[in-house]
Design a protein around this ligand. Structure first.
Ligand code: HEM
Length: 479
């Protein structure tokens, strides 16, 4: 009787199979499959993913309960094979369990690495990188050829982040864009893709070994390690004197033993944090800019309104500044609307429950893996009128922001695990978009109509547009 009563108190669960449980229901794009399942089983759902008990919350109310009210019960991270290897055994911020080391290192990075002062200090780097982007797009516009915007946005963020992190440009070095894309894509795959050992902790590694996944993962760790080492060398040899970059800062923390109450930082700590910076910053920002441009192309009214706002603000000035960006209110609404429909991390980063708590009266047990489906929340018709429509104006009369306090819009997550670089990420996205829309008009390649724009997504920790966005730029000549 006791057993039955306890079971009754658990959240509703779709029926599963022995051994694999509900694994087969995840599909290629888990955030979408889980969204569909939540319509049937409700906003708190229990799944057995292989051996792992998992709870998915899919409404703003239940997200608030998890991320705010019960945050302290569930703000650890599960132990996963890819993240473990790429973070040198959890020496990073994003995948480290909730402990003293994580608390100290996150505080340090929030205060020094990702703070507004730092965002302002890297503005000259952004100006330089965006100028390269404008010049290369202008070349395509004179030849009337399409530009691969997914790739261009990635190049922009890689350029900015590498310079900000390592103090050196990697343009023209052995670490050219092609190779870097490959690194990043492989790393993303291993951080997000679910490997057998993540669901079958006792024997899954055999499957990973047999399928070759383990070998690929080890190669990816080796490649990235070699990359950090090369960048450290370049940093030592080439860096001009000047402002402190992320590596300078991390090396300074390494020397100041007293910075961390929990011990001295090693070279591997520095690499693990840099992994978070690279992976955290590059994909997310480029993905957002690409989706925003895609939605604007499908909504010419919003595109026109945004370009008019930017061009009125700029007059004939050649360079967009951070102060200009602050005046672009419609741009900010467009970015929020993009995040509502296309959150780059639609299931955030998985959490692990540390002690028992309840959501909607359902008991959640320690060691349960917890996903917050922010993709489902962004499309919830109880919160958003006409959720499938791209309508930036819906943000005019409300104060909904993305800082983790409005549980209907959570592109950066919330609670103790909130993304520490919201300002840095937002300003990167707004700056890149504003420049592309100020200097160019955009048309679809010959023979393509708005209905042909593809909206398919790629799987992974960060979900991007599957088919790269190709558009033809037309130079705006008023300045
Ligand atoms: C458009 C830009 C960005 C988006 C949408 C984004 C989104 C996110 C999300 C959803 C999480 C997980 C939150 C959770 O589990 O509740 C996260 C965590 C994190 N992000 Fe970002 N991010 C962005 C930019 C950045 C940048 C620029 C950096 C670093 C330079 C960064 C570094 C991190 C780190 C270190 C964490 C781990 C926090 C923790 O576990 O305590 N992110 N981000």
């Amino acid at each position: 009787v006791f057993k039955r009563k306890k079971q009754q108190r658990g959240p509703p669960s779709p029926p599963g199979f022995p051994i694999i449980g509900n694994l087969h229901q995840l599909g290629e794009l888990p955030h979408q499959s889980l969204w569909r399942l939540s319509k049937q089983y409700g906003p708190v759902m229990f799944l057995k993913l292989g051996r792992v008990p998992t709870v998915v919350v899919s409404s703003s109310e239940t997200a608030k309960q998890a991320l705010k009210i019960h945050d302290l019960h569930c703000c650890s991270r599960p132990s996963l094979a890819g993240p473990r290897e790429l973070s040198y055994n959890y020496l990073d911020i994003a995948f480290a369990p909730f402990d003293d080391y994580w608390k100290e290192v996150k505080k340090l990075c929030v205060q020094e690495l990702f703070c507004p002062k730092q965002v302002h200090s890297i503005q000259p780097i952004k100006d330089e990188e965006v100028k390269k982007l404008i010049d290369s797009v202008a070349e395509s516009s004179s030849q009337k050829t399409p530009v691969n915007l997914s790739e261009k946005f990635l190049t922009l963020t890689v350029g900015v982040i590498c310079k900000a992190a390592f103090g050196v440009s990697f343009h023209g070095t052995v670490l050219n864009n092609d190779r870097f894309d490959k690194f990043i894509n492989e790393a993303f795959l291993f951080l997000g893709s679910f490997s057998a050992s993540d669901f079958f902790p006792n024997g899954g590694w055999i499957v990973d070994w047999l399928t070759g996944l383990q070998g690929r993962r080890e190669r990816s760790v080796r490649d990235l390690d070699a990359f950090y080492e090369q960048m450290f060398d370049l940093h030592k040899e080439e860096k001009e004197k000047g402002s402190e970059d992320f590596v300078d800062m991390l090396l300074r923390f390494q020397k100041e033993e007293s910075v961390l109450g929990v011990g001295k930082l090693t070279r591997n700590h520095v690499k693990a944090v840099l992994m978070n910076v690279l992976i955290g910053a590059i994909g997310t920002s480029a993905i957002t800019m690409t989706w925003a441009m895609t939605e604007l192309m499908r909504n010419p009214r919003a595109m026109k309104k945004l370009q008019t706002e930017i061009r009125n603000q700029m007059g004939n000035k050649p360079m967009i500044t951070l102060d200009d960006i602050e005046q672009l209110h419609y741009l900010k609404m467009v970015v929020k609307e993009t995040w509502r429909l296309h959150p780059p991390a639609p299931l955030l980063v998985p959490r692990e429950v540390m002690s028992e708590f309840e959501i909607n009266g359902y008991k959640i047990q320690p060691k349960t893996r917890l996903y917050v489906n922010v993709y489902a929340i962004g499309r919830d018709p109880d919160i958003w009128k006409d959720p499938e429509m791209f309508l930036p104006e819906r943000f005019i009369d409300n104060n909904i922001d993305v800082k983790g306090q409005n549980f209907e819009l959570l592109p950066f997550g919330g609670g103790r695990r909130l993304c520490p670089a919201i300002y840095m990420g937002t300003s990167m996205v707004e700056f890149g978009l504003a420049n592309m829309l100020y200097h160019f008009d955009w048309i679809l390649p010959d023979g393509m109509s708005v209905e042909d724009i593809d909206m398919e997504e790629t799987p992974g920790l960060n979900v991007s547009k599957k088919i790269e966005l190709q558009l033809v730029p037309v130079k705006y000549l008023d300045h």
